[in-house]
Design a protein around this ligand. Structure first.
Ligand code: SF4
Length: 239
């Protein structure tokens, strides 16, 4: 199996992404998250353990509650934040206590270190610096931080010329595809990140969206739809 052929095919498929994820969101979510950096920060901070489209809706619900203001959220205690979360139509997967910690950390980070402007976290910073900062927020791990920098690069024009610092997010779909095409043998997140760096050193994260999408749409855990998969001609099909 020619790994470079798989990489090239993934990159080609990645070119089809343009706007496809944003169109999967409802209009209000897409508009708010694109326009409001603090909403984007909360969308990625809550993007764990639930369908991403629902997680990204949470800032809209917070906005409807009149609380999408870092200063206001930073001034609220844990009980108030839990009450706010309990009253939302879409709530974080891991409950209001953990959600309150994430919300509090994000709001305080923005207010105390970035003058109330979430966009200042990434404007003029490197991907590595941004990932380090994002990971200070409760529940926001390495994979989500990499995903956030990749989206900031692809959709918000950040980090031009610094793409070598942006990794893949080794989620379950991406790791399954990496294993089946023959890039990795097991399920190790660290190995997956290392392999993506080796195979596409100028921009490892470029492999993220295409592999994730293929895992979601065709390379299912059971009964993968190889006949329709964009990788059919190059995949080792280690199923
Ligand atoms: S060809 Fe089949 S095994 Fe290979 S990535 Fe596509 S769906 Fe998965």
């Amino acid at each position: 199996m020619d790994k470079s052929a798989v990489v090239e095919r993934l990159k080609e498929f990645g070119e089809t992404r343009s706007g496809s994820d944003w169109s999967a969101l409802d209009c209000a979510t897409s508009r708010l998250v694109r326009r409001n950096p603090f909403a984007f920060l909360l969308a990625v901070a809550f993007d764990r353990g639930m369908p991403w489209q629902r997680a990204w809706r949470i800032p809209v619900e917070i906005d409807h509650a009149g609380c999408l203001d870092p200063a206001r959220l930073a001034s609220m205690d844990e009980l108030d934040l839990m009450k706010l979360i309990d009253g939302l139509a879409v709530r974080p997967r891991y409950g209001s206590r953990q959600g309150a910690k994430t919300l509090s950390d994000a709001a305080r980070l923005v207010c105390q270190r970035f003058g109330g402007d979430a966009g200042a976290i990434w404007n003029g910073a490197s991907p590595a610096e941004v990932e380090k900062t994002l990971r200070e927020i409760y529940g926001l791990g390495r994979g989500i931080a990499s995903m956030a920098t990749r989206i900031l690069r692809d959709d918000f024009g950040c980090f031009k010329g610094q793409e070598c610092q942006i990794d893949v997010k080794p989620d379950v779909h991406l790791v399954r595809v990496f294993r089946r095409v023959g890039f990795v043998k097991g399920d190790s997140a660290n190995e997956t990140i290392r392999v993506a760096r080796r195979l596409n050193p100028e921009f490892p994260g470029q492999l993220d969206w295409p592999a994730w999408r293929i895992g979601q749409q065709w390379c299912h855990a059971t009964e993968p739809d190889c006949a329709a998969c964009p990788l059919i001609r190059v995949c080792a099909r280690r199923i």
